[in-house]
Design a protein. Structure first.
Length: 116
């Protein structure tokens, strides 16, 4: 466990140093006021992939999910993943899974919580 914690610290320091040495990429990834352009999306994903910073690709996608190119790409990717999973699981299993997740969300976030 100790080795794993040390590796995480080292990876974190590595990412911080890399971002500091690539200020434009840091702006694209970290700054809300930076309006990323469509062509920069590919550039950013390529740069992060080359470094093995896959976690940051997820952060980038979530941060920019309402940007046209990113949002459309995510929508299509999710639809394809759904189709693949639906094919593997079958109709009944997928319906059970969907209903279970909806129930869990309702329980965790009730629309009209009782006042106590």
């Amino acid at each position: 466990m100790h080795e794993n914690a040390a590796a995480t610290r080292n990876r974190t320091a590595e990412m911080i140093r890399w971002l500091a040495s690539h200020p434009r990429i840091e702006q694209m990834l970290c700054h809300d006021e930076y309006a990323i352009k469509d062509d920069e999306c590919l550039e950013l994903v390529d740069a992060l992939e080359k470094q093995g910073y896959y976690e940051m690709i997820y952060i980038f996608l979530m941060k920019n999910q309402f940007q046209r190119a990113v949002g459309n790409a995510i929508d299509k990717l999710v639809a394809e993943m759904w189709a693949n999973e639906w094919e593997k699981a079958g109709n009944q299993q997928m319906c059970r899974e969907i209903k279970e997740r909806i129930k869990n969300e309702i329980m965790q976030h009730p629309a009209n919580p009782e006042k106590g």
